[in-house]
Design a protein around this ligand. Structure first.
Ligand SMILES: [Zn+2]
Length: 308
């Protein structure tokens, strides 16, 4: 029987992507200006209430070549399971507000909660799901129908079983939480796409990228995703690390496949759907899969088969 080996579209086994939250336009501009010239791709996770910097065409141009995912309108916390929230019966005033209470925000169903040193948004389950749906609709009105397919928790995964279940039912191909996972699972493509995170945030970027570069080829497709806010580089004063990363690991299309998160996961789906038998390889997916047959490079086009 022929020996079949699976590769990414550049015949490498190492993907590089990123997942950057919040849609901070000045900071995302600095970020894009560093990574894009080196061919690095990834996903920006936006909150639709923040879309004030450009008109729709301006946004499409700004994030051209990247994926857009849902980071929930108003960037709220959901109410946490088992926690009681006391509602204030007076209007919010930053000088006199009681941090043990939650206050009406002026948006129906959205409240102000004092947490992590300042006042932030919080809402009940139904409103959280409503703001998630509104975010999708408003992002797709800008970036195109059907284009927003991934979800990223604001503040990382929240302890609210009902919201977790509802999000799973909404059909997002990916639900990302927060925190660096480094080389967990040998840089495998995340197994639980409803509960995964990036390998490295800004401070660990170069260290984990080096581990990725040195990770031996074990025949499996690998995944390296960095995060998490473009402003992290500004706050840490380490834009130079991103520059070094882009110069070192960008512009190497035979070593790394540069993709969005969606492209990486979709490619894995296509690979998993391959039907390999003694005399043929059949691709039932919508995207071409890149393989070698006894060391010879070939592709199996979408919805077709090759004879061995
Ligand atoms: Zn965020």
């Amino acid at each position: 029987m022929s020996k079949i080996e699976i590769f990414y579209p550049n015949y490498s086994r190492k993907a590089i992507t990123f997942s950057i939250d919040d849609g901070n336009v000045p900071m995302d501009k600095k970020f894009i200006d560093i990574v894009k010239p080196h061919g690095i791709k990834g996903t920006f996770n936006l909150c639709s209430h923040n879309l004030g910097a450009f008109d729709a065409q301006g946004y499409r141009d700004f994030y051209d070549g990247f994926e857009i995912a849902n980071h929930v309108k108003y960037h709220p916390f959901p109410f946490i399971d088992g926690k009681e929230y006391k509602f204030a019966d007076v209007p919010f005033s930053p000088e006199s507000a009681d941090p043990s209470l939650i206050y009406e925000s002026g948006v129906d169903g959205l409240y102000l909660l004092h947490i992590i040193r300042r006042w932030r948004h919080v809402c009940g389950d139904d409103d959280y799901i409503r703001f998630t749906k509104e975010c999708n609709e408003e992002l797709e009105a800008v970036f195109g129908k059907g284009s927003v397919r991934g979800f990223v928790w604001p503040y990382g995964k929240q302890n609210n079983m009902n919201v977790c279940n509802e999000l799973s039912k909404m059909g997002f191909y990916s639900i990302r939480n927060g925190g660096d996972v480094y080389d967990r699972d040998g840089f495998a493509i995340p197994k639980d796409r409803n509960d995964w995170s990036y390998n490295a945030s800004n401070l660990a970027l170069l260290k984990v990228a080096k581990m990725y570069e040195e990770y031996p080829d074990d025949g499996e497709l690998k995944f390296f995703c960095f995060g998490v806010h473009s402003i992290d580089f500004e706050r840490s004063g380490n834009w130079n690390d991103l520059v070094e990363f882009a110069e070192k690991y960008g512009d190497r299309p035979s070593d790394y496949w540069y993709c969005t998160v969606y492209e990486a996961f979709s490619y894995e789906d296509a690979v998993k759907a391959l039907k390999i038998s003694e005399d043929k390889v059949e691709n039932t997916s919508d995207i071409a899969v890149y393989i070698t047959v006894d060391g010879v490079k070939t592709t199996v086009p979408a919805h077709s088969k090759i004879e061995l």
